[in-house]
Design a protein around this ligand. Structure first.
Ligand SMILES: [Zn+2]
Ligand SMILES: [Zn+2]
Ligand SMILES: [Zn+2]
Length: 266
């Protein structure tokens, strides 16, 4: 099997540059300092099967992200939680629906409850449902679930008072929004090749991890390669990377990573 990840957005909820801001990062000419809202695309090819494009979260930048990455087909959408920066692009799945039909969606019950409220027109029983997102809803819990031959292990993380999900899939894991990773979740993250961690900024925040906290989490989890994401304009790409330990780097929009599955088997 082959597994790769494309970072569609590495920015926090407001994106970078931030509206109205003229700080050094918002005015930076380094393309890695331009960050859309947080999302990744997983490309998975099981033996003898077609490549599947599996998306984690539909950000307000979803349309721009699909166009930038030239994604021809979307096979499934998995949600971490229901905050605006992770769900608001859902209406733009319609062009995929027109060509492919209904798309499976995976979310925890509380997450889906909010999605259903925000996008009620897509889920309410109405006579005219042609031009609304067409989704096949699958509710998930703490148990692993299968998406076209790839197993997703939900990884509970604390995001302020909320318990939300990161996901492990093969030898990779994506832990966006969180300020704490419980010990029971660390235990599910052994043998990783690739790990993504929220690293909002340097100053403490009640619901997000800082760069220093995520460096410590990277040391606890011991993935071969760790990438930080969900970053604000307080985190300049080049200057911050110089301070990070070996094996830890900042993600950036458009970053493509091949996951080495041999790591997990070792
Ligand atoms: Zn700024
Ligand atoms: Zn959030
Ligand atoms: Zn977020």
């Amino acid at each position: 099997m082959s597994l790769s990840i494309r970072v569609l957005g590495s920015g926090t909820s407001s994106g970078v540059p931030t509206i109205g801001c003229s700080c050094d990062v918002c005015r930076s000419t380094d393309p890695r300092d331009t960050r859309l809202r947080p999302s990744i695309l997983i490309r998975h090819t099981a033996p003898g099967s077609a490549t599947r494009n599996i998306l984690i979260d539909t950000t307000p930048d979803f349309r721009a992200q699909m166009l930038a990455a030239r994604i021809p087909r979307l096979d499934a959408i998995i949600y971490t939680h229901s905050h605006a920066d992770h769900i608001l692009g859902l209406d733009d799945v319609r062009p995929f629906n027109y060509r492919q039909g209904t798309i499976p969606l995976y979310a925890a019950p509380a997450t889906f409850e909010t999605i259903r409220r925000v996008f009620s027109y897509a889920f309410d029983d109405r006579e005219f449902k042609t031009h609304v997102p067409q989704l096949d809803v699958n509710l998930i819990g703490d148990d692993p679930f299968d998406v076209f031959g790839l197993t997703f292990q939900p990884i509970p993380v604390m995001h302020g008072r909320e318990r939300i999900y990161g996901f492990r899939f093969g030898a990779a894991a994506y832990l966006t929004d969180h300020n704490a990773v419980p010990e029971s979740s660390i235990a599910k993250l052994s043998g990783l090749d690739v790990l993504f961690l929220d690293a909002l900024r340097h100053k403490e925040h009640p619901t997000h991890s800082t760069v220093a906290t995520s460096v410590a989490s990277a040391e606890r989890i011991q993935a071969r390669r760790t990438f930080f994401t969900h970053m604000s304009h307080d985190v300049p790409h080049a200057a911050t990377e110089e301070t990070l330990p070996h094996g830890v780097a900042l993600a950036y929009d458009g970053l493509e990573i091949e996951v080495n599955e041999a790591t997990a088997a070792a």
